[in-house]
Design a protein around this ligand. Structure first.
Ligand code: ATP
Length: 238
């Protein structure tokens, strides 16, 4: 049995102008987990996910993606991941289908493979009827579903999602959640960030609580609740 985790972070540090945004993080995300990164504004969630996805370079520390050392083999590590594109504006003139083809090409898929994936993903996200329309016509929820479809075009083993439910209507959020659950049931791994503890609790098998760039608690929900209670007690006593 292969126990290689989907992600392993060791001593990861990122500093902006002397202020550490991420102050030495160790994390293990088991393969097949639905992993939540929670914490208040400015806790370092976006910075951490950006280092994982390779958008940002860590000042210090190591990140392994399914055992691949991202620092040494960035392209191999990135090929294993799907990341939500955060700038749709550049693609405004494209239709949903054209955008999906673009991401398929970026990921090196043959156009026939891309076509098949587009059909599967459009059906899963209930976007089939919207594919011929320009993405400017999409609602926020539809845009987010399309972006997740783009992230999944090459059937990555890991999805790295920064606040995927942010400002998404409840119906679209449920659809995103359904697709992500199916992805995890099929052996995929998800790491996502969020503010809402309630939403994260509903879906994640493990969570890490980040505060001021450090991991305050980590584990299953029950484990974290236990640790948080200790932490709370500590705060009350101090
Ligand atoms: P949010 O939920 O608000 O997105 P977050 O947990 O994702 O918060 P980060 O965005 O990672 O937190 O920010 C962590 C810290 O790093 C914050 O103090 C933030 O002000 C700082 N920071 C983030 N990006 C930059 C940057 N490009 N330049 C300077 N400081 C930054």
């Amino acid at each position: 049995e292969d126990n290689t985790p989907a992600l392993e972070l060791r001593g990861v540090v990122k500093t902006y102008g002397g202020e550490p945004a991420v102050a030495g993080i160790d994390l293990t995300v088991p393969a097949g987990s639905f992993y939540g990164l929670v914490g208040p504004n400015g806790a370092g969630k976006t910075t951490t996910l950006s280092m994982i996805s390779g958008l940002l370079r860590a000042d210090r520390g190591e990140i392994d993606v399914f055992g691949v050392e991202a620092r040494k083999h960035p392209r191999a590590a990135k090929a294993l991941m799907g990341v939500l594109p955060d700038r749709m504006r550049t693609f405004d003139r494209l239709t949903g289908r054209q955008l999906l083809y673009y991401f398929g090409a970026l990921r090196g898929l043959k156009s026939r493979e891309t076509k098949e994936r587009i059909e599967q993903l459009a059906e899963a996200f209930e976007l089939t009827g919207a594919l011929a329309r320009p993405v400017t016509d999409y609602s926020t929820g539809m845009t987010k579903k399309l972006m997740l479809a783009c992230a999944m075009i090459h059937a990555p083993r890991l999805l790295v999602l920064d606040e995927p439910f942010e400002s998404v209507d409840p119906v679209s959020a449920q659809k995103l959640l359904d697709v992500l659950r199916q992805y995890v049931d099929g052996g995929g791994t998800v790491i996502l960030s969020g503010h809402s503890m309630e939403l994260i609790e509903r879906m994640c098998s493990r969570i890490a609580v980040l505060v001021t760039g450090q991991v305050l608690a980590e584990g299953t929900l029950d484990e974290v609740r236990g640790e948080m209670t200790l932490e709370q007690r500590f705060v009350d006593l101090s």
